[in-house]
Write a protein that binds this ligand. Structure first.
Ligand code: PHB
Length: 392
């Protein structure tokens, strides 16, 4: 089969991201895989193998990584608050760099999306206000298996605790630097702590951190400023999910809320703003996105003057189309990267894609993690690395 000519496709054009020269526009989205070594939620050589297999991404954004025990919301997710975790992540960053890639760490505090069994001393999870989320927490059950249990009503944070919250992100950012990452992404999306402050339905505070959007976005900007002091702003990204409903989140006027945040972010000169595509569900189904979600993307693009990444629901053609229409600078792929370690090459060649297996998304070991074959492995040219037990 002749190789398609991709020389004029935006998806395959280089891009300058902060200090980094990216070879193309295909980013690996952050993906929770719940495979940190126990005890202690420590990244292992298996995790290093998984990320190194995907080093052909223009940029890898790590799975969401808790900045503290309080910031953990799911069983077996990795942290960046202990010495062992920093050493574990060093395996990952070394492996990715050796394979020629670049990797940012996503800094995460889940706020109310947690459970006392995951918290220090079995305390209640914290949130801007004491409002219980609908849905269930994913914890480790008695038998060592994953278990879904109802959420608890979180404890509302006192205003004098908020500087300590910022310090949790700072410690995570410093540790990420020590662990050899190329930058960090502050997770302010998908209904986790910073998003709980941003959205009016989860923030009923009457102090400087609640009410007007300037107040609801205050903690986000304090975190971004503090983390930028550690890394320099051009190696700091931020992720937002305007119009998102995941984790029982909602805002009375998302157009105003997120336009304010996007405009304010512009002056921070960050590496990028990363949006969870509000049109993801429609793109996934292959139908036209509704006008509100498209308008939201265009509004964010207009208000934010820096580099924009969009994640969610893309294939080769829609990614190329959105870049061409100027809606974003880089496109992030999640599920397709789970099943296709060499996704950029497959997109370039218009090769068929491996299908992902949702049963192995969370927890477990090499199966459904490091055993998806690349094209070279399909042709029998290379063995699939680290599917044996040698990583332990
Ligand atoms: C998840 O663990 O399901 C998860 C984590 C981070 C996200 C979204 C989902 O941003």
């Amino acid at each position: 089969m002749p190789t398609p000519d991709t020389s004029d496709e935006l998806l395959f054009q280089p891009f300058k991201l902060g200090p980094y020269a990216l070879p193309h526009r295909i980013v690996m989205a952050p993906l929770t895989r719940s495979r940190a070594r126990q005890p202690g939620n420590v990244p292992s050589a298996l995790n290093a193998c998984y990320y190194a297999q995907r080093a052909a991404a223009a940029l890898i954004i790590s799975e969401a990584t808790q900045v503290s025990m309080q910031g953990q919301g799911y069983a077996w997710t990795p942290g960046i608050h202990s010495r062992e975790q920093v050493e574990g992540w060093r395996l990952v960053t070394d492996a990715v760099h050796q394979a020629g890639g670049r990797i940012f760490m996503q800094l995460w505090h889940v706020g109310r999306i947690s459970h006392p069994s995951l918290q220090p001393d079995n305390m209640l999870p914290v949130s801007p206000s004491a409002i219980k989320p609908a849905g269930q927490a994913f914890i480790e059950g008695e038998n060592g298996q994953g278990e879904l249990v109802p959420f608890a009503t979180p404890r509302a944070l006192e205003i004098d605790e908020l500087p300590y919250l910022v310090q949790q992100y700072v410690r995570g950012a410093r540790n990420a630097l020590r662990a050899g990452f190329d930058g960090v992404e502050v997770h302010a999306a998908n209904g986790y702590l910073l998003d709980q402050f941003i959205n009016s339905r989860t923030n009923h505070r009457h102090d400087r951190y609640g009410g007007a959007v300037e107040n609801r976005a205050r903690l986000l900007f304090e975190v971004l400023e503090a983390v930028s002091e550690v890394w320099g702003p051009d190696r700091v990204g931020v992720r937002l999910s305007p119009l998102g409903t995941f984790n029982d989140i909602d805002d009375e006027d998302p157009e105003t809320t997120f336009a304010h945040i996007a405009a304010s972010l512009s002056s921070y000169r960050l590496a990028y703003l990363h949006l969870v595509n509000p049109a993801m569900a429609a793109l996934d189904k292959g139908i036209e996105p509704d006008s509100r979600s498209v308008a939201m993307v265009e509004r964010m693009r207009e208000k934010y003057t820096g580099t924009l990444i969009i994640a969610g629901g893309f294939d080769h053609d829609t990614a190329q189309q959105w870049l061409k229409q100027g809606r974003a600078d880089l496109i992030a792929f999640g599920r397709k990267f789970i099943a296709n370690p060499d996704l950029p090459e497959r997109l370039r060649l218009r090769a068929s894609l491996n299908k992902d297996d949702p049963a192995t998304f969370y927890g477990g070991e090499a199966k459904g993690y490091t055993d998806y074959p690349s094209l070279a492995q399909d042709r029998g040219e290379l063995p699939i690395p680290c599917v044996d037990e040698s990583w332990r």
